[in-house]
Design a protein around this ligand. Sequence first.
Ligand SMILES: CC(=O)[C@@H](O)[C@H](O)COP(=O)(O)O
Ligand SMILES: NCC(=O)COP(=O)(O)O
Length: 238
Amino acid sequence: MTRLSVNINKIATLRNSRGGNNPDLIQVALDCERFGAEGITVHPRPDERHIRYQDVYDLKKVIATEFNIEGNPLEDKFCELVLAVKPAQVTLVPDALGQITSNHGWDTIINKDLLIKLIDQFKSAGIRTSIFVDPVLEMIEAAAETGTDRIELYTEPFATEFPTNPTTAVAPYRKAAFRANQLGLEVNAGHDLSLENLAFFKANVNPLHEVSIGHALICDALYYGLENTIQLYKRQLS
Ligand SMILES: CC(=O)[C@@H](O)[C@H](O)COP(=O)(O)O
Ligand SMILES: NCC(=O)COP(=O)(O)O
């Protein structure tokens, strides 16, 4: 089974654009769960341009499915936030300050000692860990040596190449998931997954424990409505 975790960053972007509380992030998270989402993902950034740190504390109080917090552990408040909130999962992402969106995975070889320390800290607090990586075998092998529970495969390159050459686009991900599985790592995936490319990705990448999807899903919800959209995405994963 592949779980669908809905990333609600874009709901917070819309809310923040007018300074009030419309749409209500907490209500949207609860509705995503009611409509079938198996998890909620947020990726707070230091500029709080979408998810605010306070949102993360507020969400934790109400979320009944799996709460996944993504972010860079080198940012000032990130580790403190995650350790206080204790989500089901933390996904470590090596984004630079001010980056528009995530655009690469960790170099798990160069950062291995740092990652070992962080993973130990989060796992000791009972939080499942995931490391955001490109589908490169050496990076996955080094990730396994950090003690992490999972990796999250960064899927933007797949999504970009998918329309012209789906088989070539998915090949590195298929190999990466296979190797991760051999090493005892569970596999998540995310970034630019969509209604168009998700079923093909799922059919080729095994095992796949969770996908986190935000941008395309929220765009689709403008046309199909949130409930229908979540059901459409879940159908791609069944
Ligand atoms: C790690 C990842 O791929 C997503 O969390 C993505 O970076 C979402 O962040 P933004 O919504 O800020 O683009
Ligand atoms: N981890 C990926 C994620 O949470 C959502 O990425 P996107 O669907 O907004 O590109």
